[in-house]
Design a protein around this ligand. Structure first.
Ligand SMILES: Cc1ncc(COP(=O)(O)O)c(C=O)c1O
Length: 382
């Protein structure tokens, strides 16, 4: 027996990483530490994919590992809510005061779906406008197998387009339950777009949801809401919150989150306390080491290096997309993107070709300079 589609995480499929020709390239791994990955081909790779952004402190961070071992020794799970759940909620609320109440789930997709459900219950409306990737679940997907009636309730707006956003929110009017946005898509959000999102949702009585699954704990502990000062009604957290352990959350004001109790949102595993303990240790380490500032410094070194390389190799049709904390090279030609990912892997670097690379606390200047040297060499071979 084997796994359908090679692996259960789509973005880890070899063709997603490297393209169709994957002979001799790393496909499975058995160990990670800091920013290094040990693949089953016996080689060690310098990694910038960082578990698709799920890890910002580095793999196997000592404080998180200690908290996890302690939670495992305390039994992992039980019939009652663990005290780690309320402690973590309080710690998140202290870091992000706009989260008076939170609800924990296991995956990002589940937590955004929960936010949308809360918005639908609170407003009594069904329509949703989205911007970005919010997971694989039916409410926001147009993949095969999603009923048309479900698709009809979801529309998208282009990122950073204040005019279109205003137009579509006004057109949806009193049918609109919520607007869900990723606050960063390939560039920082403009202040005009953020202001339109805030004022127009208020105008039609819809809920504004920030999907901060990639941005929180990275551009600031409180994500885009903290960095750019626009407060959403509901916030969704995930990925880096527990440094690689499965945990996500939705939070907002007490009054709005109360609507969660008027519907049914629940998961058996939401209250296992290994991930909750991991998140508590992660948030503490983020504050203690001023992680967002350090990611900004490390990421800026990477981003500036990528810009230099893109200029030097303009003939290859590459541009830099993203912000310091999450960036990549955007290719005009998909074959070049395959070749570059392959040439990087051959030289010991895992560097995402069509989606974000993430720096972590484990990426020191030497690691970033090494990646840039490998990228320069690999680009020359493309
Ligand atoms: C912004 C955003 N929202 C939601 C999700 C879905 O999270 P998960 O894969 O944990 O379900 C992702 C995952 O990449 C994401 O980046």
């Amino acid at each position: 027996m084997t796994i359908v589609g090679f692996t259960s995480t789509g973005s880890k499929r070899p063709h997603a990483l490297f393209g169709p020709d994957v002979e001799g390239l790393p496909q499975r791994m058995h160990r990670s530490a800091g920013c290094m990955v040990h693949a089953t081909d016996g080689r060690e790779y310098l990694d910038f994919i960082m578990a698709l952004g799920a890890v910002a402190l580095g793999y196997g961070h000592a404080d998180v590992t200690r908290a996890v071992i302690d939670a495992v020794e305390r039994g992992t799970i039980g019939p009652l809510s663990p005290d780690d759940e309320s402690s973590l909620a309080a710690e998140l609320g202290a870091a992000m005061p706009w989260l008076e109440n939170v609800l924990f789930l296991k995956t990002g997709a589940e937590a955004v779906a929960a936010a949308v459900r809360i918005a639908r219950v609170a407003t009594g409306r069904r329509h949703v406008i989205g911007c970005g990737y919010h997971g694989w679940l039916d409410w926001c997907s147009d993949a095969d197998g999603v009923p048309l009636a479900t698709r009809d309730l979801y529309a998208t707006v282009p990122f950073n387009d204040a005019e279109q956003t205003q137009h579509r929110i006004r057109a949806a009017g009193d049918r609109l339950a919520c607007v869900v946005v990723e606050p960063v898509i390939d560039e920082a959000p403009g202040s005009e777009w953020l202001a339109v999102l805030r004022s127009e949702t208020e105008r039609v009585g819809a809920i504004l949801i920030f999907d901060e699954i990639k941005t929180a704990f990275r551009i600031a502990i409180g994500g885009a809401a903290e960095k750019w000062g626009v407060k959403p009604d509901l916030t969704v957290l995930g990925k880096a919150m527990a440094n690689g352990y499965p945990l996500a959350a939705v939070g907002g004001s007490r009054a709005l989150m109360h609507h969660a109790t008027r519907t049914w949102i629940s998961s058996t595993m939401a209250t296992e306390f290994v991930s909750l303990a991991a998140a508590r240790a992660t948030v503490a380490a983020m504050k203690a080491h001023d992680v967002p500032r350090r990611l900004d410094a490390a990421g800026s070194r990477l981003l500036n290096g990528l810009k230099r390389l893109a200029t030097q190799h303009g003939d290859l049709g590459i541009r830099v997309a993203g912000i310091p904390q999450m960036c990549y090279l955007r290719h005009d030609n998909v074959q070049t993107s395959h070749r570059l990912a392959i040439e990087c892997a051959r030289r010991g670097l895992l560097f995402k070709r069509t989606a974000y690379n993430f720096v972590s606390l484990a990426h020191d200047e030497a690691a970033i300079d090494r990646a840039l040297d490998i990228l320069a060499d690999a680009l020359a071979a493309c």
